[in-house]
Design a protein around this ligand. Sequence first.
Ligand code: NI
Ligand code: MN
Length: 226
Amino acid sequence: MKLTYYGHACFSVEINGKTLLFDPFISANELAKHIHVVEIKADYILLSHGHADHIMDCESIALRNGAKVICSWEIHEWLNAKGVTNTHPMNTGGKWTFDEFTVKCTVAQHSSSLPDGNYGGNPMGFIIYANGESFYYSGDTALTLDMQLIPLWANLKFAVLPLGDNFTMGIEDAIRAAQFTKTTNVLGVHYDTFGFIKIDHIDAVEAFRKENLELTLLAIGEQKDF
Ligand code: NI
Ligand code: MN
C-alpha cells in the first residue's frame, strides 16, 4: 500500500486506484509550506475527530475533489450544514464496506470538539481492510487497553500512531500500542508540528528498535510502500 505523508497526522494511502486521505491539516502547518492543498487528490477523506489540526482543509479538498468524507455522525451533520454533503457517518465499533475497502471504527481516548465549539461526537481510529491486507490509524489517543482487541479483528501490515506526547500518546506508549496491536511496523505522526510535541527522531527510532519494532518517520511529502 503506497502511503504519502503530508505532515502532522495527515497522510494518504492508495487502495485499488482510489486515494484515501486522513485528517487533512496542511494550510496552517508551518512545516508543510511546500505542500499545496489545491494539488491534493482525494476520493475519500477520513476524519478521526473534529479538532482543527485534523479537519482544517477537509472542506476545500472534499468540495474540489468531490470526495466522500467518512467521519462521526456529529461531524457529518456539521459538514452537511456547511454544504459538504457527500459524507458517510459512522461511530465507534461500526464497520462499513465501501466499493474499494472496508473501514472499522475503533475507540480513541481523546476529545472531539469542532473549531466553532460544536460537539464532534466520539473521537475514533480506523482499521482499513483491502485485498486481504489491513492497517490501523489510531487517531489522536492515549494508549488504551481496547487496542488489545485489534488483533482479534485484523492482522495489521502496519500501524499509524501519534508520538508527540502532551495531547496524545508519547513514544513509550506508542511502543506499547504497537505491542498491543501486534504490529512491528509503525509510521509515526502527530509530532514536531507545535512546540508541545517536538521529539528527537533518532531517539524515537532507537527506542522502537530496542523492542524489535520498526518506526518510520517520513519527511513531509515523502512516500513509502508498506
Ligand atoms: Ni485532537
Ligand atoms: Mn491533534
